[in-house]
Design a binder for this molecule. Structure first.
Ligand code: MN
Length: 463
């Protein structure tokens, strides 16, 4: 937790962006894993963390804009809580840590919101992503559960997105710390990437590292020889010489900030000519994207440029053919990279995705594309200093997708389907770094870059 002045300042700024009504930020509760009392590790809501900083369950924050009063709602621990779970500071003391003077029992939430409804005041809440919070909102707002999601406050959501997207100096320090954790995890994975080692052992070791110094992994680790499956959480494989191991993983540090890196390592550090060629195309797309990222440029244009590099690289290898501009218009590179170049990152690895991916990543000026591949870009808008983004180009050979395009003659003029048959056992390569946009361009979030060239990865993994 930062010092309380930071939270006070953030809430003052938030107050300026919401004209009237009652702002409600619901913290998270515990979530039962297989029975009540055997819970998933507690994870506080990120917006609650951003404005209040307290990471214990069953809290809520209320700001009455007109009355200029704010409250922390929660319940004091019972003697049973203390016996089983340990002592905690009182609610009053916890509120003071966040710079909040007024406390109320959690049950008062219904009264405050009920009175607000009677007075026909606007109740600003964020779209819930957990059933518990959906049910609480349904009850206190006296609305059906299925109408809660659509009734969120756009005004509050957009105000929070504006603030959270620009990372302050103290946030960048936290992100750097998460980057350092992610770096250590990936170096270990590269070293362990030897024939006969199981994917599970490597994924488990990485996760162990994350929880040994921080909160957890920032998302379930993607680690597989079958890197063509973009979010592959199946770790049942045993590494084999000749294959690639794609590993996309990151850490959440003790203050909830995330990192997210991807490296693809040849098992035992031995790359074939074909693997080197594809790796170098992805590496060029990564490096050129980083070189291009600066204030004033849309991330959509950086994504398109990455597609250009991938198309031209694959054309040099004889896998595609034709004019670059025409291929980009037709979305040809999406066959090989059916995902976006990157996303915002912060307290969430996909920052604020719960508030609405398109609200975070697009605006009036930059609209989301509808074409396959382009439409998967989570963040497309103009870059500003303080934005933190991932850059993660990839090239994959997904046999089912290639066969679908071949059967349906999709972009058939551009694609050498005959040549692609040889690549059905290739898997995929993705390389991902985390950057922060500066006044001039961008810099890595964590100063040390993971080995990224074939030569440097080989040095680590063929020891
Ligand atoms: Mn990512």
């Amino acid at each position: 937790m930062f010092n309380k002045e930071i939270y006070v300042k953030r809430r003052e700024e938030l107050k300026k962006s919401v004209k009237s009504g009652i702002v409600l930020l619901l913290g998270n509760g515990e979530a039962a894993m297989n029975y009540a009392g055997n819970d998933y590790t507690f994870r506080q809501d990120s917006s609650f963390i951003y404005y209040v900083g307290l990471d214990t369950p069953n809290l809520a924050y209320i700001l009455d804009v007109e009355q200029n009063k704010e409250y922390l709602l929660g319940d004091e621990l019972t003697i049973d809580d203390v016996i089983w779970m340990g002592n905690l500071p009182s609610l009053k003391e916890r509120a003071a840590e966040a710079g909040i003077d007024r406390i109320l029992p959690f049950a008062e939430l219904a009264t405050i919101i009920g009175n607000g409804l009677k007075a026909k005041r606007m109740i600003h809440y964020l779209k819930p992503y957990r059933y518990r919070n959906q049910l609480i909102l349904s009850e206190i707002l006296e609305k059906k559960v299925d109408s809660i999601a659509s009734g969120f406050s756009l005004e509050l959501t957009q105000a929070i997105i504006r603030m959270r997207l620009i990372k302050s100096a103290e946030e960048l320090t936290e992100l750097e710390d998460a980057g350092k954790m992610g770096y250590a995890m990936h170096i270990v994975a590269m070293k362990m990437c030897q024939p006969g080692v199981s994917e599970r052992e490597i994924a488990g070791t990485m996760e162990g590292l994350a929880i040994s110094v921080g909160n957890r992994v920032s998302f379930p680790t993607i680690l597989s020889m079958n890197g063509q499956t973009l979010h592959n959480h199946d770790h049942s494989g045993i590494l084999k010489t000749g294959r690639l191991m794609l590993c996309d993983a990151g850490a959440e540090n003790l203050n909830y900030y995330a990192s997210d890196f991807t490296r693809t390592t040849a098992v035992g550090g031995e790359y074939s000519e074909r693997q080197k060629n594809i790796h170098n195309i992805v590496l060029k797309a990564l490096n050129d994207s980083i070189a291009m990222a600066k204030p004033g440029i849309t991330y959509k244009s950086v994504h398109r440029n990455a597609y250009r590099i991938i198309f031209e690289g694959l054309r040099d290898l004889g896998l595609v053919t034709g004019d670059t501009e025409a291929a980009l218009e037709a979305g040809v590179p999406a066959l090989f990279m059916p995902h976006g170049l990157g996303h915002a990152m912060g307290l969430d690895v996909h920052d604020m995705e719960n508030l609405g991916e398109t609200l975070v990543g697009y605006d009036e000026e930059t609209k989301r594309d509808t074409l396959f591949g382009y439409r998967s870009l989570r963040f497309g808008k103009r870059l500003e200093p303080g934005h933190v983004l991932t850059v993660e180009p990839g090239v994959y050979f997904i046999p089912q997708l290639i066969e679908k395009w071949e059967a349906e003659k999709i972009n058939a003029d551009f694609i050498r389907f005959d040549k692609l048959k040889d690549f059905y056992d290739f898997g995929g390569i993705r390389l991902e770094d985390d950057i922060v946009i500066t006044s001039q361009g961008c810099r890595p979030v964590y100063e040390k870059r993971l080995p990224v060239t074939v030569e440097d990865i080989t040095l680590i993994s063929s020891h």
